[in-house]
Design a protein around this ligand. Structure first.
Ligand SMILES: Cc1cc2nc3c(=O)[nH]c(=O)nc-3n(C[C@H](O)[C@H](O)[C@H](O)COP(=O)(O)OP(=O)(O)OC[C@H]3O[C@@H](n4cnc5c(N)ncnc54)[C@H](O)[C@@H]3O)c2cc1C
Length: 495
């Protein structure tokens, strides 16, 4: 039994980019709020948000082909791309607002890096041409370049074309608006900022063990100090479960009816990480290809320039894997323990309907180093095994949802699940992930604190100037906010 009880306004579970973003927002909206933040690891950003655990792509749909599917009539649907791009613009505005006040240093987490798509074959070339035509017309994507010229592709990204001796047909697009983001660096700066604010306590090495609704409607959150073994009970008005892969089990403990039927399917990731500084120097782009048949969207291969701390890096992957852990530092029992009577059927049905995914994962797990190298060679023909090492990436937990018509459905996006009275919310899923932290947390604020929406409106607009307006429908607004954000963040300013 807990020996101490602490009354607070807000509990944020997990020290990843999501809790960091929400914490900073809430303290700006109501500086008097008492916030306790609980993290099981001894460090912040030690799971998916760490720079080496994710790809650091500022997902803006500039290069990721899965956001622009081809319709049955051959036209390209760019609606998802518009949404993803707009969401990233919100993140940049929020970070720019913090950077202007000196609360975060943009040079330590965000850099301009061209985003490229690269495909092989006539059909893919046609697809990319149509995609470029559909996107370049739109002010959100204006300035995107397209080429089928091998020399031009080689000029944009030399490693793609060096010693490519085949007669293959290739195509590429490039946008100079792309970014590489060290979400770990950002998260650490956000928590350092939060740590300076009054009534904000960060408890590292503390794990949330239970969440219960009390008779008065508040939440009782039981926390264990992993070093001393001491237990504390926090009583809070609002709880955010920002526990990444660990969010599903905690959501299940809350017993809110809105959580019924959710399940999780873990997909682990690995990269090939370049060890040769000379090769790293030759590549300055994030180059995304096309997903292989049956592979999930987050497994689209990419050759990726990174800046992590002061280090320049080059990653290729991700290669998927299967693990029953929900967190990189989790337990093998995570998946079996998450099974409950109301999510077993949706999980079995989702598994049955996604046999191609299962087959893909089995194939990925069985890949030999040489087979991984072959995949890399599709991007970089000169690649040699000696220049690359295999590194373990973060763990993702894909959402499985109960669907009245289809039974269980496997989702690849993120899902905000909130109690009807807004007193508790959890974030499930992984993609587009950290890039959309600001837009997700804005949604959460409106959903969970509707009674304060009018009072908070002006502050929200100060943090995110386009808040409440639709960027995709306003070319002048796009230019204005993007120019200001890019200037504040030290990014290439769009012409
Ligand atoms: C391989 C890979 C590639 C990715 N690439 C990209 C990309 O290119 N661009 C992009 O935008 N996003 C990407 N993502 C997604 C992105 O990393 C995540 O969406 C984001 O980091 C999630 O942040 P979070 O705060 O929700 O979770 P996390 O960063 O995982 O943080 C959750 C925290 O909660 C803690 N926790 C868990 N359970 C408990 C508990 N019971 N008590 C206390 N603490 C607990 C964990 O220790 C952890 O520190 C990628 C993810 C992966 C795995």
């Amino acid at each position: 039994m807990p020996t101490t009880t602490i009354e607070t306004d807000v509990i944020l579970i997990g020290c990843g980019v999501m809790s960091a973003t929400l914490g900073v927002m809430l303290k700006e909206l109501d500086p008097k709020l008492k916030i306790h933040i609980i993290e099981r690891l001894d460090e912040v950003a030690g799971e998916s948000s760490d720079g080496w655990n994710n790809a650091g792509t500022g997902h803006a749909a500039l290069c990721e082909l899965n956001y622009t599917p081809e319709n049955a009539d051959g036209s390209i649907d760019i609606s998802k791309a518009l949404q993803v791009d707009e969401e990233f613009e919100l993140s940049k505005q929020f970070w720019a607002w913090l950077a202007r006040q000196g609360r975060i240093d943009p040079a330590r987490f965000i850099h301009s890096v061209p985003h490229m798509s690269f495909v092989e074959g006539k059909d893919n070339q046609d697809f990319l041409r149509k995609r470029h035509a559909a996107m370049n017309d739109h002010p959100l994507f204006h300035g995107m370049e397209f080429t089928t010229d091998r020399e031009q592709i080689g000029a944009w990204a030399p490693l793609l074309m060096k010693e490519r001796t085949d007669n293959g047909v290739y195509a590429a697009t490039r946008s100079l608006l792309g970014t590489d983001v060290n979400f770990g660096g950002l998260t650490r700066m956000l928590f350092a900022d939060l740590d300076t604010l009054p009534d904000t306590d960060i408890h590292l090495g503390h794990e949330v063990r239970d969440i219960d609704r009390m008779d008065n409607g508040r939440w009782r959150v039981e926390v264990k100090d992993l070093k001393s073994g001491d237990k504390t009970a926090y009583q809070a008005r609002f709880v955010f479960i920002g526990a990444g892969g660990g969010a599903l089990p905690l959501l299940e403990k809350s017993n809110i009816p809105e959580a019924a039927g959710y399940g999780g399917f873990p997909v682990s990731g690995q990269w090939l990480r370049c060890l040769n500084a000379d090769i790293i120097r030759q590549h300055h782009a994030k180059v995304y290809g096309k997903a292989k048949s049956g592979s999930p969207p987050m497994s689209v291969p990419h050759l990726d320039s990174r800046t992590i701390g002061t280090e320049q890096a080059l990653l290729f992957g991700p290669f998927a894997g299967f693990s029953t852990k929900f967190l990189k530092h989790g337990s093998w029992l995570d998946l079996p323990s998450s099974l409950e009577w109301d999510n077993i059927m949706p999980m079995v049905q989702a598994g049955w309907k996604n046999m191609d995914l299962t087959k893909y994962l089995i194939e990925q797990v069985r890949l030999t180093p040489e087979e991984r190298l072959d995949e890399l060679k599709e991007f970089m023909p000169t690649a040699q095994l000696k220049d690359w090492e295999l590194a373990v990436a973060g763990q993702r937990v894909q959402v499985i949802k109960k669907d009245p018509e289809e039974g269980g459905v496997l989702e690849f996006g993120t899902e905000l699940v909130a109690a009807a009275d807004g007193s508790l919310a959890a974030l499930l899923g992984a993609s587009p992930g950290a890039s959309t932290a600001v837009s997700i947390m804005l949604k959460l604020v409106l959903k969970c604190f509707p009674e304060r929406a009018t009072e908070w409106h002006e502050t929200l607009k100060r943090m995110v100037p386009s808040f409440g307006r639709k960027l995709a429908e306003d070319a002048a607004l796009i230019k204005e906010v993007r120019t200001k954000s890019h200037m504040a963040l030290g990014l290439l300013v769009p012409v």
